[in-house]
Design a protein around this ligand. Structure first.
Ligand SMILES: [Mg+2]
Length: 189
């Protein structure tokens, strides 16, 4: 079994312009791609898990989303930040059959397909739904607060605190690098 880094997409690895619908809108946060590359070198599988209700709302097509994801993965791969898979839910929150976060469904699907050790894995995201999904799947969780006070983040009061709160995406990934390092040392003792 492999350990994994599960990443939210919007406001975690790329800036969220609000229902991103064009390839030209892709803008990575500073420092994120080298850290993902470093985690890959340490043996982590890397996944993106994203709610994309813009499709269900009719803002863009599933074909357009695939086009955006192909470009996203290509730009990441060029810097060594290879992604094993993207799992997304196109449905609306009110659609009873949705697999959207905060449900852990998309994480469980990936864990099964790629034989992932969830307690050794991390979920990194900027919203309470990311933390709740990660916790429900049994992963360690890291919240990216950006410039917000955590008491102002909707829904966060309804779940246990994440394992770590970072100010920026880069700091969140540095935490995962350091935390997984310290675990490796403990295993050797
Ligand atoms: Mg997000």
């Amino acid at each position: 079994m492999r350990k994994a880094l599960f990443l939210d997409r919007d406001d975690t690895i790329i800036r969220d312009p609000g229902y991103l619908s064009r390839v030209e809108q892709i803008e990575f946060f500073p420092g994120v791609l080298p850290r993902i590359a470093a985690l890959r070198k340490k043996g982590f599988a890397v996944f993106i898990v994203t709610n994309q209700s813009g499709i269900g709302r009719g803002y863009f097509s599933e074909e357009r989303l695939e086009e955006i994801h192909t470009a996203l993965l290509d730009q990441m791969a060029r810097q060594g930040a290879l992604v094993d898979a993207i799992n997304y839910c196109p449905l609306l929150p009110e659609d009873a059959s949705n697999r959207r976060k905060p449900k852990p469904t998309m994480i469980f699907e990936l864990a099964k397909e790629f034989d992932i050790d969830l307690p050794q894995s991390y979920f990194v995201g900027d919203k309470a739904v990311d933390i709740i999904a990660g916790q429900s799947a049994g992963c360690k969780t890291v919240l990216i607060a950006h410039k917000r006070n955590i008491t102002e983040i909707p829904g966060l009061e309804s779940c246990p605190l994440p394992d770590y709160i970072a100010l920026t995406p880069e700091e969140a990934l540095l935490y995962v690098l350091n935390d997984s390092d310290s675990k490796g040392e403990n295993h050797n003792e």
